[in-house]
Design a protein around this ligand. Structure first.
Ligand code: IPE
Ligand code: IPE
Ligand code: MG
Ligand code: MG
Ligand code: MG
Length: 294
């Protein structure tokens, strides 16, 4: 199967599982919650984080089926972060994944609560996953909590809004990017490692690989904010400049920003050389996600 077919097949499996995990529950008196969560979840993201988890587990010879629910939990946490990121009190963006943002399609209250639901439900999904051992579940819950929490994505989002309107140093921006975006990307790869019972040495290499591609991914997200079209990316363009954010593009310029992402991608692949597993798909996926050919 060529790599594009592989990605299509895995994405289909993931989306089927996401729908199964978040049913509409039409009979529930609070069914708007599930409707809102599905609206955000099923509106066509790239599914990078769950794809990274599945591809990593498979590189160790573990069936993707085993990792499917945990991969969906990653996508739930990510989708919640996008719902809250778009709120008027955050980036105030009206479009996401090609459609009105959740607070525009429903209400702000529903957007806050659907985000809360997806976050908390993600932990339930891992806790009740019958494919995993108790040790793996505890490790995954710890990983998800840490990478999405104060020391990870949330911490990054706080630093991001506090830096609005200021010109910050490149080191400060790198720190923000590593937290707000890198932490969940690294966690996605580490999730595959946990499910495959990777050794501590392998886990360290996987996390170093994740740190590099996570930063590269956010650098390219900064690039997209100035170069891409709404048609291609389905989200507001120029949001960063409207919100007076420092980005890799404002601090370095467009071409040096792209070059920085490229160098991180090359460095990330060196980490894979020492893993002693079949990393061909992981290399291809990381290349595509940094080049945005996905
Ligand atoms: C957008 O993430 C937010 C960032 C962390 C840069 P993605 O670009 O992965 O968004 P979706 O999931 O494909 O919509
Ligand atoms: C978002 O970064 C990171 C999150 C944790 C959601 P951005 O604010 O740059 O993401 P987009 O550009 O809105 O997707
Ligand atoms: Mg933001
Ligand atoms: Mg945003
Ligand atoms: Mg952005």
């Amino acid at each position: 199967m060529d790599f594009s077919d592989y990605l299509r097949t895995k994405t289909t499996h993931l989306e089927f599982k996401l729908k199964e995990l978040v049913p509409e529950k039409l009979e529930a008196p609070y069914n708007q919650l599930f409707k809102a969560a599905r609206y955000a979840l099923m509106s066509g993201g790239k599914r990078l984080r769950p794809l990274l988890a599945l591809t990593t587990a498979e590189a160790f010879g573990i069936s993707g089926e085993i990792a499917l629910s945990a991969a969906c939990a990653l996508e739930m946490v990510h989708t919640y972060s996008l719902i809250h990121d778009d709120l008027p009190c955050m980036d105030d963006d009206d479009f996401r994944r090609g459609k009105p943002s959740l607070h525009k399609a429903f209400t702000e209250g529903h957007a806050v609560l659907a985000g809360d639901y997806l976050l908390t439900y993600a932990f339930e999904v891992v806790a009740k996953d019958s494919n995993l051992t108790a040790e793996q579940k505890v490790a995954l819950i710890n990983l998800l909590a840490k990478s999405s929490g104060g020391e990870g994505m949330i911490g990054g989002q706080v630093m991001d809004i506090e830096a609005e309107g200021q010109t910050i140093s490149l080191d400060h921006l790198k720190h923000i990017h590593k937290h707000k975006t890198g932490a969940m990307i690294t966690a996605s790869i580490a999730c595959g490692g946990i499910i495959a019972d990777a050794t501590p040495v392998q886990m360290k290499l996987l996390c170093e690989f994740g740190d590099d591609i996570g930063l590269a991914f956010q650098i390219i997200d900064d690039v997209i904010d100035v170069t891409a079209s709404f048609q291609k990316h389905g989200k507001a363009i120029s949001s960063d400049s409207i919100n007076n954010k420092s980005t890799y593009v404002t601090l370095l310029g467009l071409e040096p920003a792209k070059q920085a992402a490229h160098e991180l991608l090359i460095r990330s692949h060196l980490k894979l050389d020492d893993l002693q597993i079949d990393c061909r798909r992981l290399r291809e996926l990381s290349k595509r996600l940094v080049k945005r050919e996905i």
